[in-house]
Design a protein around this ligand. Structure first.
Ligand code: XUL
Ligand code: CO
Length: 448
């Protein structure tokens, strides 16, 4: 390992001293939890766009970030150097995966042909570093939202030239996925939505978006790319309404257009909140449809209503996410936890960048430990079994077997007294359940 970053490999320091120096208190990649290594449950990935490109701008202020590669001024030289920095960063942190958009890694040229040439030079460097280090590509994607050409959308642009350009860009991006062995390929439709319905043919735009996805599936088959396709829902921002609003909307879209065999979902915490949902809700909805693919790990802020992309630190939330993942047996078949997150503006140093990833990784590792204990004791499983027990026999079993007609239900219910029906509701015990979860967080982490 070279020494581009002024940091040693981040060590595991354990829980004895709770003050945060720069070490992992909970994350131990090789520690076996619930039958698998922590690293296998979590599959942490670093988001190139935030970790290496983000200057920590906000809508009111310029970037504050100070990075060791700021000394490069030539864009191609910078792009190539950054690859070396990125691989050393993954190694020093102990992250086994990374993710990128095409535009994150290389500057655009005057035409798509020139842009692809720049891109290929940087991909050569990435391929070499992957071979040296064994670090894998969790997913790549194409940026179809930053450039002014995509102001009215890409696959849903009302302008055919823009759709065509986006398709050309996608083709090359899929070739890169194949070359670098991407485990997944993501679509986040940042501008695939509308600002007002008065200038929008919603049906036509959604048809175009589906055609775009079908073309991707066809081309992947043609070149033998076996990455899992993923759609990342988000309700709004930058558009007023984004077509992939949330998990449920996206599942309906996939089923409507016969895409649900080829696509799964990549779910993000802060996006869930913007849609008025919890992260756990989005994951549960995807699990229920058999469409959980991967996760973008971040969190929002209760007091601010936009996509803040904070590093995860909320143990209650990481516990709920890892509970779902343990119940599922993994993050889909090929998913991981991609830190789609950035430090705050005043956390502008190299040290802050490492510390931000450490809190994210430790928070999920801690959540995994708590969730494993909850599963081990069957806390939620027992509760659910009991709560739905009336469907295990009698009229309930008949309903679940699809054999209860309305006439049979009427006959069963006709003479039931109000008091019997009220007491058919077992108490919900919501407050006690919440206390139990708190107690497990405290106990499992005290024992870690
Ligand atoms: C934007 C977002 C994207 C996607 C990839 O909110 O989450 O970074 O993850 O395009
Ligand atoms: Co994301």
């Amino acid at each position: 390992m070279s020494d581009l970053w002024n940091f040693e490999k981040i060590p595991y320091v354990g829980t004895a001293d709770p003050k945060q120096g720069l070490g992992f208190h909970y994350y131990q990649p090789d520690k076996v939890v619930a039958g698998k290594k922590m690293s296998e449950w979590c599959r942490f990935a670093i988001a190139y766009w935030h970790t290496f490109n983000q200057r920590l701008v906000d809508p009111f202020g310029d970037g504050t970030a100070q990075r060791p590669y700021d000394k490069y001024s030539d864009p191609m030289e910078l792009a190539l150097a950054k690859v070396d920095y990125s691989f050393e960063f993954y190694q020093k942190l102990g992250a086994e995966f990374f993710c990128f958009h095409d535009r994150d890694i290389a500057p655009e040229g005057g035409t798509l042909r020139e842009t692809n040439k720049n891109l290929d030079k940087v991909v050569d460097r990435i391929e070499a570093r992957q071979k040296e280090t064994g670090i894998k590509l969790l997913w790549n994607t194409c940026n179809l939202f930053t450039n002014p050409r995509f102001q009215a959308g890409a696959a849903t642009s009302p302008f055919a030239d823009i759709y065509a350009y986006a398709g050309g860009q996608l083709k090359h991006s899929l070739e890169i996925a194949k070359r670098l062995g991407a485990e997944n390929y993501v679509f986040w439709g940042g501008r695939e939505g509308y600002e007002t319905l008065w200038n929008t043919d919603l049906k036509r735009e959604q048809d175009h978006m589906a055609a775009f996805f079908h073309a991707a599936v066809d081309y992947a088959k043609e070149i033998g790319l076996d990455a899992q396709f993923l759609i990342e829902p988000k309700p709004k921002e930058p558009t007023t309404h984004q077509y992939d609003f949330d998990a449920a909307t996206t599942i309906a879209f996939l089923k409507t257009y016969d895409l649900d065999k080829d696509f799964k979902l990549n779910l993000e915490g802060n996006h869930a909140n913007l849609a008025g949902h919890s992260y756990q809700h989005e994951i549960r909805v995807a699990r229920s449809a058999g469409l959980l693919g991967s996760l973008d790990a971040n969190q929002g802020d209760k007091l601010l209503g936009w996509d803040l992309d904070e590093f995860p630190s909320d143990l209650y939330e990481t516990t709920s996410v890892m509970w779902e993942i343990l119940a599922e047996g993994g993050i889909g078949a090929k998913g991981g936890l991609n830190f789609d997150a950035k430090p705050r503006r005043s956390s502008y140093t190299e040290r802050d960048l490492f510390a931000a990833h450490v809190v994210g990784m430790d928070s999920f590792a801690a959540g995994l430990l708590v969730a494993a204990k909850l599963h081990e004791d069957g806390v939620i499983e027992d509760l659910l079994k009991e709560r739905y027990g009336s469907f295990d026999s009698g009229i309930g079993a008949q309903v679940e077997a699809g054999k209860a007609s309305l006439a049979e239900l009427e006959e069963y219910a006709l003479d039931k007294k109000q008091s019997e029906l009220i007491s058919a509701n077992e108490p919900g015990n919501l407050e006690a359940i919440k206390a139990t979860i708190n107690n497990y967080i405290i106990k499992a982490l005290a024992e870690a």
